[in-house]
Design a protein around this ligand. Structure first.
Ligand SMILES: O=C[C@H](O)COP(=O)(O)O
Length: 250
């Protein structure tokens, strides 16, 4: 059986709680597609109203981040229990913006991934190279390192259910989409790396998204690639365009 596509929106630091409800009400009828898992990853304060607004639809609500401890004196952080108790199923881990502005490292990403699995949350694990790394020809080495550390001590059964988002940093929010060949090349290398860490069955089961300026125009070709199982969408997830991205195959 083939892998089901997964298209996730990453709202980043956009939408107040009331704006979140309005956006979900607008997008609800536009994002129906039985062939695709649809996830809206929203700011922490929007999670509860978003879950309420998404009731009765195919939209699942995810978080954009979480901490790797259970509870305690970590002012400003959100615990895995808080997410699951609210009804969250997915959590983005290690987005390049978290790595760049909030000092996240491959090691903290790994701790968060392990904690997410412990709580039954599906992590959307982000990786991606800078423009300099691409120009220096070290993209694949860099991504393999990110993946190997992110998956330390993760079991094959857990890895099978994970989602990896390949997001070249130079393509995020820039309007510069990686070519389908570039995106497919890296996603295929990620799958091969998972195969090396685990086995063929795990490599075949894990879902790998592309992210970086995905639009209604670029989605159909990107998502048709053998190793691209959907997308992690930033800017376009805040617009009706997101409906067209989810329905890339219609
Ligand atoms: O998580 C989403 C990515 O950072 C892509 O953002 P973008 O679609 O606005 O380029």
């Amino acid at each position: 059986m083939g892998r089901k596509k997964i298209v996730a929106g990453n709202w980043k630091m956009n939408m107040t709680p009331s704006e979140a409800v309005t956006l979900i009400d607008t997008l609800k009828p536009l994002v129906k597609n039985d062939d695709v898992d649809v996830v809206f990853c929203v700011p922490a304060i929007d999670i509860i109203p978003a879950i309420e607004a998404a009731k009765g639809s195919n939209i699942q609500i995810g978080a954009e981040n979480m901490y790797f401890e259970e509870k305690g004196a970590y002012t400003g952080e959100i615990s895995p229990n808080m997410l699951t108790d609210a009804g969250v199923k997915y959590v983005i881990i290690g987005h390049s913006e978290r790595r760049e502005y909030f000092a996240e490292t491959d090691e903290t990403v790994n701790k968060k991934v392990l904690k997410a699995f412990e709580h039954g949350l599906t992590p959307i694990i982000c990786c991606g190279e800078t423009l300099t790394q691409r120009e220096q020809g070290i993209t694949i080495d860099w991504i393999r390192q990110q993946i190997k550390i992110a998956f330390l001590n993760v079991t094959a059964d857990q890895a099978k259910t994970a989602v990896i988002a390949y997001e070249p940093i130079w393509a995020i929010g820039t309007g510069k989409v990686a070519t389908t060949e570039q995106a497919q090349e890296v996603c295929s290398a990620i799958r091969a790396c998972i195969g090396e860490i685990y086995d063929e069955a795990t490599a075949e089961a894990i879902r790998i998204q592309y992210g970086g300026s995905v639009s209604a125009k670029s989605a159909p070709e990107l998502f048709a690639q053998a190793d691209i199982d959907g997308g992690l969408v930033g800017g376009a997830s805040l617009k009706p365009d997101f409906g067209a991205i989810v329905n890339y195959n219609k």
